[in-house]
Design a protein around this ligand. Structure first.
Ligand SMILES: *[C@@H]1O[C@H](CO)[C@@H](O)[C@H](O)[C@H]1NC(C)=O
Ligand SMILES: *[C@@H]1O[C@H](CO)[C@@H](O)[C@H](O)[C@H]1NC(C)=O
Length: 213
């Protein structure tokens, strides 16, 4: 499964710029060794989504997804999810390319330091419901109105309706993750048809710890 994802990724990347090939190599490094140890990410209590304090211009979760109708309850096996959420990401257009980056930081003696865990998805709308993606099992596979909203991607007004399910954040890693606090930063940027980034980029962070299963 990992390999076919990689091949697909390469095919997609062919003909693109060299810098993107380098980014691909970082992703490859992460995926090729990704079945050795299984980890689970446990969120810290309190706020789910933290602002990116070093990026004051970036919008936060409130300007991205409205979760007022989303019910999340902490249960022993993870987080029980039900209800719906709505995109409030105003200012993006159907013809935009949505890029997502994920990066993991480690809390070391009072400061957040980068790790080698990084991910770049240059065209998120193409793979939002792809069953080979990290977020499929814990997120997009539980959207019951997928057929109706698939084409909308993350356009403002899109309502994602979830079945009741328990999300846990388990994944395999060949990279040893030392114990301690981690912060997963997710950024979403929209590029118009001239490949100019729109000013409404989103950034939020999820804090927690990785536990070996
Ligand atoms: C979203 O959830 C709210 C609150 O439970 C409900 O009233 C509303 O009908 C739901 N919307 C859709 C489209 O299911
Ligand atoms: C949220 O989920 C919990 C656990 O299943 C349930 O007890 C509670 O009634 C739900 N709340 C709403 C508003 O649906």
């Amino acid at each position: 499964m990992g390999l076919s994802f990689v091949l697909q990724f390469i095919r997609f990347k062919m003909g693109r710029s060299v810098s993107q090939i380098y980014q691909l190599l970082i992703v490859l490094q992460f995926i090729c060794y990704s079945t050795e140890v299984e980890y689970e990410f446990l969120m810290e209590d309190g706020t789910f989504y933290n602002e990116c304090k070093d990026l004051p211009g970036a919008l936060s979760m409130e300007d991205f997804l409205d979760m007022t109708n989303l019910n999340r309850t902490l249960v022993e096996e993870g987080i029980q999810v039900s209800g719906n959420m709505t995109s409030v990401w105003y200012g993006v257009d159907y013809s935009d390319r949505i890029q997502m980056t994920g990066s993991v930081q480690y809390f070391d003696r009072g400061t957040w330091v980068p790790t080698i865990l990084n991910m770049l998805v240059s065209d998120l709308c193409k793979v939002l419901y792809d069953d080979k993606q990290l977020w499929y099992k814990s997120w997009s596979s539980h959207i019951v109105n997928r057929r109706e909203i698939e084409k909308e991607c993350l356009m403002p007004g899109t309502v994602f309706i979830f079945e009741t399910y328990t999300a846990n954040f388990r994944f395999g890693s060949g990279i040893y993750l030392k114990p301690g606090r981690y912060s997963i930063r997710l950024q979403y940027k929209a590029f118009d048809k001239f490949n100019i980034m729109r000013p409404n980029d989103i950034c939020y962070e999820i804090r927690g710890e990785f536990f070996k299963i």
